[in-house]
Ligand binder design. Structure first.
Ligand code: DOR
Ligand code: ZN
Length: 423
């Protein structure tokens, strides 16, 4: 059996409240032992002195565009990009072509990801057929096929009766319903409301478009007992809404996108259409509220919403497709918040590994002895630039393109096998 011995790394595992310098032994596909000093002559050694060793990251929100739009990304390039960012599990969104609204498309995603064999790629099934918002999919057979969540991401579910029924089914089958909260009768433009919108003359996607659906979903989760997960939360009021319903005992969880923690609406002046994303970049006040909600348990996890688009699709701000690639920039962004003292390193690992794994109920995001050996080893200080040489996505739409980043993944290990090694 293959043995890997990771020596003298700073091991951080919130699932067992562990933080300190340890050796970690992997045997086959499992974590065998964590101890102060381990001797294992047969093992391949990784010297992790000065590096951080944590459970492989879990991203609940990526767009791999496969099937149907593989000129932007596919399951192979997406998986490469994921493991380069330290992710060992990702949940891919169903806004593909055809969408993941039937078991056979879910099975295609699972099988192709297994062939690629780099990252654990789990499909989210659509809530409504064709993501059209009119008729529920067969959530039972989508679950059977391997879907770990349901969402019409890219679009909201506007019909409250459908959302209520989806949450009732969620309560029965124990699979969370994710929602992209933006009321499409209010969210019409490409930037948030306020000064930037006034100056640029672009129509707006105001915070209230997000807040009304966030509140509605929380209310429905409260009444049905279903689990709703609010995707890419961006507003200050949204934080209060989620906090309120958590306090009331509703099954509500939420994610934030790293970009929404560091870039405000003004980024549009610097990056133009590259700064366009749905929901949009918000005000400094919203950023502040999101940042302070990271530590008090209101925000459960960070999710990248890795959304690749081709150059010709970004174009001008008003007509460009929304979204940014994010799998390789998440760690540097989150580490910048650690340096600023917004969160601790342990909290960061909780937000990127422990909690997202818990939300979809998978036995990962932990380094407990006997668990699956999904591990990330990163250098929190290594500086690098995301450019043609380092990018692993097929697309390059991010405001951070060519900017200096701090914090680099050195090894990613999935199921006990090295799937990414920095060179
Ligand atoms: O900006 C976004 N892009 N937000 C979404 O919800 C969808 C995503 C995409 O699919 O490009
Ligand atoms: Zn979305």
């Amino acid at each position: 059996m293959l043995k890997l011995l990771i020596k003298r790394g700073k091991v951080i595992d919130p699932s067992q409240n562990l933080e300190g310098v340890f050796d970690l032994l992997i045997e086959g596909n499992r974590i065998k032992r964590i101890d102060r000093e381990i001797f294992e002559p047969e093992a391949e050694i990784i010297d992790a002195e000065g590096l951080v060793v944590a459970p492989g990251f879990v991203d609940l929100h990526v767009h791999f565009r496969d099937p149907g739009q593989t000129y932007k990304e596919d399951i192979e390039s997406g998986s490469r990009c994921a493991v380069a960012g330290g992710y060992t599990t990702v949940v891919c969104m169903p806004n593909t072509d055809p969408p993941i609204d039937s078991p056979w498309v879910a099975e295609y995603v699972i099988l192709k990801a297994r062939c690629v064999n780099l990252c654990n790629v789990l499909p989210a099934g659509a809530i409504t057929k064709g993501r059209k918002g009119r008729e529920l999919t067969d959530m039972y057979s989508l679950k059977e096929a391997g879907c770990v969540a349901f969402t019409d991401d890219g679009s909201p579910v506007m019909d409250s009766e459908l959302m209520k029924r989806a949450l009732e089914i969620s309560a029965q089958i124990g699979v969370p319903v994710f929602d992209h909260c933006e009321d499409d009768r209010i969210a019409l433009g490409s930037v948030t409301s306020g000064e930037v919108s006034a100056l640029t003359g672009h129509g707006t996607r105001p915070p209230e478009a997000e807040d009304v659906l966030n509140a509605r979903d929380c209310i429905l989760a409260y009444h049905t007992g279903g689990h709703v997960h609010i995707q890419h939360l961006t507003t200050s009021l949204g934080v209060d809404i989620v906090r309120h319903f958590k306090d009331k005992g509703a099954k509500v969880t939420c994610e934030v996108n790293p970009y929404h923690l560091i870039l405000s609406e003004e980024e549009v002046f610097r990056s133009g259409s590259l700064a366009r994303v749905n929901p949009p970049l918000r005000s400094e006040e919203d950023l502040k509220a999101l940042r302070s909600a990271l530590s008090d348990g209101t925000v459960d996890c960070v999710a990248t919403d890795h959304a690749p688009h081709a150059g010709f699709e970004k174009g001008l701000l008003g007509s460009s497709m929304p979204g940014m690639i994010g799998l390789q920039t998440a760690l540097p962004i989150m580490l910048s918040l650690v340096s600023e003292g917004v969160i601790t390193l342990k909290k960061m690992v909780e937000l990127m590994s422990t909690n997202p794994a818990r939300i979809i109920g998978i036995d990962r995001g932990t380094l407990k002895e006997g668990s699956v050996a999904d591990v990330v080893i990163f250098d929190p200080n290594r500086e690098w630039v995301l450019n043609e040489d380092t990018n692993r996505s097929k697309s390059k739409n991010t405001p951070l393109w060519n900017r200096k980043l701090r914090g680099k993944v050195i090894y990613t290990i999935k199921d006990g096998r090295i799937v990414h090694k920095d060179n």
